[in-house]
Design a protein around this ligand. Structure first.
Ligand code: NAG
Ligand code: NAG
Ligand code: NAG
Ligand code: NAG
Ligand code: ZN
Length: 466
């Protein structure tokens, strides 16, 4: 009897370690050891993605996709084609539960547009209407401009703005701060009686490239047409105005907003072996602006996320939790597809382990940015040590991504790919966002980082602590 008791209790003691049902919390040393045991798997993933058969695959797949489909504006035919293309491609790749989830997204088209400086001399301005802008009357708006460098200056010179076209020549500090001139520029100009607004493109570097993006109107403030101009043209008009020269611009925009369109978030999975109901979500967005190819924003992020599932499948791995790839729609309109996804799926929020999105380029990666508890951050740091073979091991603050923000705000850990964004805003939302800015070797490294992280999180004995 005594011996049996001893054997049974030793057995139970052994079970205790790593048992999620055990009341005894695992020590951090246990967790560290569990993670270190993935070093062979991590090496296999790295070898396949960076040196092996899958080398350059995400790049080649992306090139074929964007060269075939082109840009993918919310509500457009080409976005529909892109979704159909990806649905077929994910099925052909042998992923599981490939399906589309219907959502409604905005449908805006820029139509014909032009802006000509007609005084003091004729000069055609490089513009792109901003997403959601109204049109000008068919004959256009011809008016003198008022150049300001800030909202403050606009408010101080409010008397001068009446009936003019306000030109914002703000200084670029960083994207998050400077983008307010794009998103709020029309509203602020309309408040002081302007007829239209032109916003210096939100870019730290330019070869006369206009950079579009979403903007919003406010209830009770008149809607006025708004477009971005190139950095060069904004500065030209600013110099002329500061010399006291009267500058007149003739702006024509044929933009139109149609009823919301049907679209889809595109989903594929590798179903978990032990906790199939629990989810590690990896994602990028499939829609883009209507210029360039949307190769960088966010083709790269979408395709390294797909690559993560492909690599795991190719290695014959199946994590304990479900790895779910979501290719969002309507991101550029303010995370519209992702918001509907969140509303539908939040009933299962307790089953979400982490939400990941790559939407800030797939240039040379340096690690992950992470939002979550201190405990979870310590675990992420251990996981990232598995990427020592390629020396990409950093964990930064503030995981971000418009599409995953809904989950992070509700307390779910979130991660984004952290890469060298030096050139990101050179190309962002412009004709320059093409395959030419992507680099196959950098994409391989991004895929390796992304895959090791999501696989290990999905396979660990316990979910990340919240
Ligand atoms: C991957 O791309 C790099 C850089 O363009 C190239 O040097 C290499 O040969 C490519 N590898 C394969 C297997 O195509
Ligand atoms: C500017 O262009 C308009 C319209 O094409 C033309 O009528 C006008 O003569 C031009 N002005 C100058 C100074 O070239
Ligand atoms: C919630 O999770 C359960 C179990 O995995 C699943 O059957 C159900 O479809 C999920 N519901 C939603 C809305 O995601
Ligand atoms: C690893 O990366 C760090 C910066 O992230 C750099 O300082 C260091 O030189 C790199 N080491 C190797 C061996 O590449
Ligand atoms: Zn994006």
């Amino acid at each position: 009897m005594k011996l049996l008791f001893l054997i049974v209790s030793m057995y139970l003691l052994g079970q205790n370690e790593g048992n999620p049902l055990s009341n005894k919390p695992r020590t951090f040393d246990n967790i560290k050891r569990e993670i270190a045991d993935y070093s062979d798997v991590a090496k296999k993933i790295i070898n396949l993605a960076v040196y092996g058969k899958a080398q350059n695959r995400s790049y080649e797949r992306l090139a074929l996709f964007v060269d075939t489909i082109g840009p993918r504006l919310s509500g457009s035919k080409s976005l529909d084609l892109a979704i159909q293309y990806m649905y077929e491609a994910l099925k052909k790749d042998g992923l599981e539960n490939v399906h589309l989830e219907q959502v409604k997204i905005p449908h805006w088209e820029r139509g014909e547009e032009s802006a000509i400086m007609v005084q003091p001399r004729n000069h055609s301005l490089a513009i792109l209407g901003l997403g959601g802008s109204i049109a000008t009357p068919p004959e256009g708006i011809t008016a003198e401009i008022l150049v300001v460098t800030s909202f403050n200056e606009l408010h101080q010179r409010a008397q001068e703005a009446q009936g003019k076209i306000v030109v914002y020549n703000q200084r670029y500090t960083n994207y998050g701060e400077t983008v307010l001139y794009r998103s709020q520029g029309a509203v602020e100009a309309a408040k002081v009686g302007a007829k239209a607004a032109l916003v210096k493109s939100i870019a730290p570097f330019s070869i006369n490239s206009p950079h579009t993006g979403i903007q919003s109107y406010a209830i009770d403030i008149p809607k006025i047409p708004v477009a971005c101009v190139s950095v060069e043209d904004a500065e030209l008009m600013a110099r002329m105005s500061s010399r006291g020269t009267k500058v007149v611009v003739s702006l024509k925009m044929g933009a139109q907003t149609y009823p919301d369109a049907d679209s889809f978030n595109t989903v594929a999975e590798i179903v978990g072996s032990k906790y199939p109901e629990q989810v590690v979500l990896v994602s990028g967005h499939l829609d883009s602006w209507d210029v360039g190819q949307g190769a960088m924003d966010d083709g790269g992020g979408a395709f390294v996320s797909w690559e993560a599932l492909s690599l795991i499948k190719d290695l014959g791995l199946r994590p304990k939790r479900t790895l779910r790839l979501v290719l969002w729609t309507g991101e550029e309109q303010g995370g519209v597809g992702a918001e509907q996804y969140y509303k539908l799926h939040k009933v299962n929020i307790s089953n979400f382990d982490i939400v990941m999105e790559s939407d800030e380029g797939t240039f040379m990666p340096s690690g992950l940015a992470f939002t979550g508890s201190d405990k979870a951050r310590r675990i992420m740091k251990e996981i990232m040590k598995l990427l020592k073979p390629i020396n990409i091991t950093d964990v930064f603050e503030n995981g971000e991504g418009t599409d995953i923000s809904y989950w992070m705000q509700a307390g779910i850990p979130g991660a984004s790919l952290h890469d060298d964004i030096t050139k990101y805003f050179w190309f962002h939302h412009s004709q320059g966002d093409t395959m030419t800015v992507q680099n196959p070797r950098e994409m391989n490294l991004c895929a390796a980082v992304w895959t090791v992280a999501c696989y290990v999180i999905a396979d660990m004995e316990e979910k990340l602590p919240v």
